[in-house]
Write a protein that binds this ligand. Sequence first.
Ligand code: ADP
Ligand code: MG
Length: 350
Amino acid sequence: MTKLGIIFGGQSGEHEISLMSATSVIHAADKSKYQIVAVGITKEGKWLLYDGPVDMIETGEWEDYAKLKLLSDPEAYDLTVLGSTRSLKDLVDVVFPVLHGPMGEDGTVQGLLELLGVPYVGCGVLGSSLAMDKIASKKIFERERLPVCKYVAFTRDEVSDDLTKCCEKTEAAFPYPVFVKPANMGSSVGVSKAEDRQALKEAIREAAVYDRRIVIEESINCREVETGIIGNAVPLAAAVGEIIPSKEFYDYEAKYGDGGKSQILVPAPITSEQAKEIKDIAIRAYKALDCRGCSRVDFFLEKNTGKIYLNEINTLPGFTRFSMFPTLWKQAGLEYAELIDRLVGYAMEK
Ligand SMILES: Nc1ncnc2c1ncn2[C@@H]1O[C@H](COP(=O)(O)OP(=O)(O)O)[C@@H](O)[C@H]1O
Ligand SMILES: [Mg+2]
């Protein structure tokens, strides 16, 4: 029996998504193989051992339960991860950090697990942090001659010193509309589309709330397609799927806010040549960022030209039963529970 640690919650804006992903993973993991050890991270960053009902995770009630348990038995339920006798290391054989966004998907938790010597699902420190950073990853993609859209990048200091100059540089690089994003976020938080100078200024100020570094991209009139990659030294690509956003672009609201009106199409209605090219680029991108374990690689497919642009890599993609990543793998012949087995296997391989 493998003691499989499932870490859920976390301090990012994607806390709630993580609760949903983790619930699916816990329900589906083969109980004849795994003994589940659930560990929740509150939004404040407290790690708590959780042994209550699985269905209280998604509703958020797990937190009250875990805190009550902690009151009654501080020794048993607190999870001081480092420098304590009650270390995560003693409780689990391998961990699946089902966490999305900063402080979970970005190499921080991965670094902690490295220090503890606990094997974990997904990318290591370098791959996780590179993929989370839209500027660093683009620079590497360009270097590898992978197709990325035009972009400019600014620091928060540059923005506060001379916002007009930032706008002028952007306007010199490509025409409106443009997409403005914090370099390190996820779930479209802080992302906006600007049609003119005034909107650009507001969008930059908004993005600067979330990060010290801001990236601005040309807007691609596109369909959005994605593929799933798994593996370590020899990565494998799943099917290619398409996102049909319920709004003009795939913002936070379209992703999670509207009761799932955004749809996914698996496989994407594209030619087999396009699918092949997308998978090839995805694998090259995965290797370029030193990814391992798993990732979802997202693309823009330009409507008028059919040109493929690499958008980003998500190293811990949404993992509910209905999420794109598991659906892509199901299409490729790997059922949800088997996918978990494979990911745990890759984690232990290291
Ligand atoms: N350059 C772009 N051209 C067209 N649409 C874009 C562009 N950048 C982002 N978008 C839209 O915004 C969404 C979120 O941007 P993305 O870079 O994927 O950020 P996140 O990491 O938050 O998912 C995309 O899914 C897409 O709908
Ligand atoms: Mg995205």
